[in-house]
Design a protein around this ligand. Sequence first.
Ligand SMILES: [Zn+2]
Length: 211
Amino acid sequence: MIHEILPVGLLQCNCSIFGDEASHEAVVIDPGDDISAILAIIAKHEMKVKAIVITHAHIDHIGGAAKLKTATGAPVYMNANDQELYDRLDVQASWLQVPTPSQTNVDVNAREGQTTIELGPAEFLVLETPGHTQGSISLWIPAENKLIAGDTLFRDSIGRTDLPGGDHRQILRSIHDKLLPLDDEVVVIPGHGPNTTMGRERRSNPFLRGL
Ligand SMILES: [Zn+2]
C-alpha cells in the first residue's frame, strides 16, 4: 500500500494519500489545501481517486475538498453531524483571515458500522469520535494497522474543544471507547504533527491519564 502524508495549508493539516499498487486506486483523507501538490502525488503514482474522506469540517481539513472533487470526480465522505460546520465555511475563513474556498455537496454520510471504504485488500472503517467537533470521525485500517485520528488524538495531546461544537468530556469518552481498545502497535496519524502509536500515547499522553 502506498501511503504519503502531506502537510497542507496554513495550519499544516496532515493530508493522507493511500494508494493500492494493483488497482491504482487511491483514497485521499483531509485535503485541506494545496490541491495541486496532492494531484501531483496522485499523478506520480498514476492513480485514480475513488474516495475523498473528511475527518471533520474544519476549514484546514475540508477547504480543498470541492477543488479535489472537481479535479477527480471522486465522492466526498463526511459525517453529517458536521454539515452545519461545513455550511459556515465563510465564518471559519474569516477566523483565519483567508478567502472562503468553494464548497461542494457531501456524497456519503460517513457512519460507524455502515460506511466501509475498500482499497485493494484493505478496508477503511469509520469510527465516530465526536468531541473536537460533533461530526469528527477517525479511520481504522486493520490491514495496515493504522489509525487516521483527525484532530481527536495527537502525539502528547488531544483535540481542542473550545471551538463551536467542541465538548471536552465527549472527546475523552470517544478516545476511551473507540481508540483505547486498539493495540499498542497501532500507528496513529494525527491531523497535525508527527505520527505516534497507541502504546506511546497510552503511556505518556498526559490527557489520557486516568482514562
Ligand atoms: Zn479541527
